[in-house]
Design a protein around this ligand. Structure first.
Ligand code: SF4
Length: 420
């Protein structure tokens, strides 16, 4: 009987958790203590991603889908007429251990609706992590959601047991948040982020002096934004992202296309397609900012407030800035090499290595692995031919598109058109 009840809860609370995409398990360095269970060292955790890029390798559940708030975009909101359930702390611990032993999961992603109060909820999330670590000696990955408004003491405790903490800012702009979740305010999200950031810094510096200092949230902190629920532009989304990365040292910002779940005049209609392609373009932009040396204003600004859906953001930038091309791969610096469409960072490093010994031509570049079909319009090498032939940006774009098939082409979302 108890088993059936737990199964029923699992069904409800795993389903409710699927809307949260901030569950990547990268970045942790927790190694297995002697006789412990599991190991989250470096890339020791395997990631599985569904076709649309969502991580599925963790047991991903809510502690409860009861909530005292009524955020319009959330399936768990109090006014929604859905089946509710709540796990007890021990039930989550048992599920995690059982699933881990059966090799179903590599760790736990635990979030929750807010029941009674922020502290009451956070206390229970922390209790799950504490039991797993101290009683079950579980060394697998734990990602805990921070509950906005929870006390500093609880946040501190959470960081001692979890690999990663995250607090979702949900809506990219203050105005959007006010419209869709008037009971909430941005400061409630920011406060725990500041606390976690400061604790991470403090624990790291103490560890340099005292080796036995425990780890504090070694996988850092992350956040999630819902895309397409409140009419924000890509510029607003990425500027917010940029701010949070810089201000709070976030490891990741996740972008989650809004899935229409309610009849509410403030939100896109039920049946509106989830903006998956837009979500993908935002991730690409995020990548360019973090690893390719792009500043957010180069890609999104007042003159260009939304990303092109039909070309990736690096190609879009190159097409608007043809004066920087062609780039000579045999002499250009790393920054400019990274800006050539079709050349990833791994290829950039390989080019820099390889050109020490010889002048690179098309054949060499092909062997290095660059996407010649795009790159050939933007670079010159030891081979004589250069493929741009003085085309304009739009001409070049249509030429490239003619020769490209995108797996996302079919999924251009009508939801996008509402906001452009
Ligand atoms: S507080 Fe969180 S769980 Fe509750 S309705 Fe708002 S977004 Fe959903």
């Amino acid at each position: 009987m108890a088993f059936i009840r737990t199964q029923e809860k699992l069904k409800i609370l795993a389903d409710a958790a699927k809307y949260d995409v901030s569950c990547s398990s990268s970045g942790s360095k927790r190694s297995n203590a002697s006789k412990g269970l599991g190991d989250a060292t470096g890339m020791g955790i395997c990631h599985s991603y569904t076709e649309d890029g969502r991580c599925v390798s963790l047991l991903k559940i809510l502690l409860t889908n009861h909530c005292i708030f009524d955020c319009a975009y959330c399936v768990t909101r109090k006014s929604n007429d859905i089946k509710r359930a709540a796990f007890q702390v021990q039930e989550v611990v048992d599920l995690t251990i059982n699933f881990y032993r059966r090799n179903y999961i590599e760790g736990l992603f635990l979030s929750s609706g807010i029941f009674k109060s922020a502290d009451y909820t956070m206390e229970r999330l922390v209790a799950v992590a504490k039991k797993l670590r101290t009683e079950e000696k579980f060394n697998g990955y734990i990602h805990l959601k921070s509950i906005p408004g929870a006390s500093d003491e609880l946040m501190k405790e959470a960081g001692l047991y979890a690999d990663r903490l995250s607090v979702n800012i949900e809506i990219p702009t203050r105005e959007g948040l006010k419209l869709l979740a008037p009971e909430k305010n941005r400061e409630d999200f920011i406060k725990p982020m500041i606390k976690v950031k400061n604790e991470i810094i403090q624990y790291k510096s103490e560890k340099k002096l005292i080796k036995s200092t425990p780890l504090f949230a070694p996988g850092g902190q992350s956040t999630q934004m819902i895309i397409g629920a409140s009419g924000e532009s890509d510029q607003q989304i990425m500027w917010t992202s940029n701010y949070f990365y810089k201000k709070f040292d976030l490891k990741r910002v996740y972008y989650s296309g809004y899935i229409p779940i309610s009849y509410d005049s403030r939100l896109p209609q039920i049946g509106t397609e989830v903006p998956m392609l837009r979500e993908n373009r935002l991730y690409q932009t995020d990548w360019l900012m973090r690893f390719y040396g792009f500043e957010v204003h180069e890609i999104l600004n007042e003159a260009h407030q939304n990303l092109d859906l039909d070309v990736d953001p690096k190609l879009g930038w190159a097409l608007r800035n043809l004066e920087y091309f062609p780039v000579d791969v045999n002499t250009a610096d790393q920054r400019m090499l990274a800006r050539i469409p079709g050349v990833g960072m791994k290829s950039v490093y390989k080019i820099i290595q390889a050109r020490r010994f010889k002048r690179l031509n098309w054949e060499h570049l092909q062997r290095i692995g660059i996407a010649i079909n795009r790159a050939k319009y933007f670079l010159v090498c030891a081979s004589q031919d250069f493929e741009r032939r003085d085309l304009t940006g739009p001409q070049l774009k249509s030429l490239i598109l003619q020769n490209t098939t995108s797996k996302y082409q079919k999924t251009l979302s009508p939801q996008m058109n509402l906001f452009e």
